[in-house]
Design a protein around this ligand. Structure first.
Ligand code: BTN
Length: 335
């Protein structure tokens, strides 16, 4: 099943009307007259709306009344009452897809629109960093966002860091939970991975054509089950899930909050306000100040994580030298 937020379909018109009049019963005839569609079409749309998880009560002689919203991450629920200027204003939804990142990369080549979001209830071939698999069952929040940044290419290595800060801010605001940031862009709770991000960049003659940011949040997933599968894989350090925390919120609220936080940080990047981002990221960082180890293309680097440089690189110092790393999975050697 694929849906989008921007096509004017009969289903959306019926749903919108039910939402706007959810204190009263609406007869099939009234809906048909107001929306200029047949009564059979009204009935079919109502069945579809119910199949999408909305509760629509129907009473003989009185008609239909919407009494509960759907729990699905439907695209029009994301764009509805979204406070951003650009990000997330157009949404695509899949009940199941191979990878939202793959879909987003296809769309990115066809559209210049800023901030399109592609969201899936579950992924069958979710992709993680460094070619790893990303386990994406129903219950998690899996999406990709397409951006066409104005910022200079030199900011590109800071972008993953900035995005993880945006997600951490959103989780703090909506769930009242403080997450730790593990370089470059993992979010953790008590050292266990809660969310990860993936950035695919398309560059053309030293300019950024588009960036596709993939975000995976273990929202309501069984972390123990995922741990069992991942236990013996590289870079495994435990899995946590937001459902294990006390403060329950709706996933749509978290996505909307993230889009808003990302838009703010994206503007800061566009205005070259790097220092502010690095400072905030460092405050939440579980990496800076620790002894770390990382496998880079140039070999193993081991030392103290000193700071994030202006370009997003992680500065690591040992007794002999100071190095800067831009990619790789780090291991924290000290608590
Ligand atoms: C990582 O930490 O390794 C990055 C994980 C990124 C997972 C997300 S889920 C949505 C998007 N689609 C994918 O296939 N991957 C990203």
């Amino acid at each position: 099943m694929i849906y989008n937020s921007f096509e004017d379909t009969g289903l959306l018109r019926v749903l919108k009307f039910l939402k706007e009049h959810n204190t009263e019963y609406l007869s099939g005839q009234d809906l048909s007259d107001v929306l200029h569609i047949s009564r059979v079409a009204v009935w079919k749309h109502i069945k579809k709306i119910q199949a999408l998880g909305y509760t629509v009560e129907s009473k003989q002689k009185e008609g239909y009344k919407l009494t509960k919203k759907s729990d699905l991450l439907l695209p029009w629920e994301i764009t509805n009452e979204l406070d951003t200027k650009l990000l997330g204003q157009q949404a695509y939804y899949y009940d199941s897809v191979d990878s939202t990142q793959t879909e987003a990369l296809k769309i990115a080549n066809e559209s210049n629109k800023e901030g399109i979001i592609i969201i899936a209830e579950k992924q069958t071939g979710g992709k993680g960093r460094s070619g790893r698999k990303w386990i994406s069952p129903k219950g998690g929040i899996w999406f990709s966002i397409i951006l066409h940044p104005k910022f200079d290419i030199s900011n590109i290595t800071l972008f993953p860091i900035a995005s993880s800060l945006a997600l951490s801010n959103a989780i703090e605001k909506t769930c009242k939970i403080t997450t730790e940031l593990k370089w470059p862009n993992d979010l953790t709770i008590k050292g266990k991975k809660l969310a990860g991000m993936l950035v695919d960049a398309s560059l053309e003659s030293n300019k950024i054509e588009n960036l596709v940011l993939g975000v995976g949040i273990n929202f309501e997933v069984n972390s123990k089950e995922i741990e069992k599968v991942l236990k013996n894989t590289p870079n495994f350090y435990g899995v946590s899930s937001l459902s294990e925390q006390k403060n329950k919120i709706k996933p749509i609220q978290l996505i909307q909050s993230f889009l808003l936080e990302l838009e703010k940080i994206y503007e800061q990047l566009n205005n070259n306000q790097r220092k502010k981002i690095i400072l905030k990221w460092t405050e939440r960082s579980s990496t800076i100040g620790k002894k770390i180890e990382v496998e880079t293309h140039q070999g193993k680097v081991k030392g103290d994580a000193i700071k994030i440089d202006d370009d997003g690189g992680l500065v690591v110092k040992d007794e002999e030298k100071t190095s800067k790393i831009f990619a790789g999975d780090i291991i924290h050697l000290t608590k």
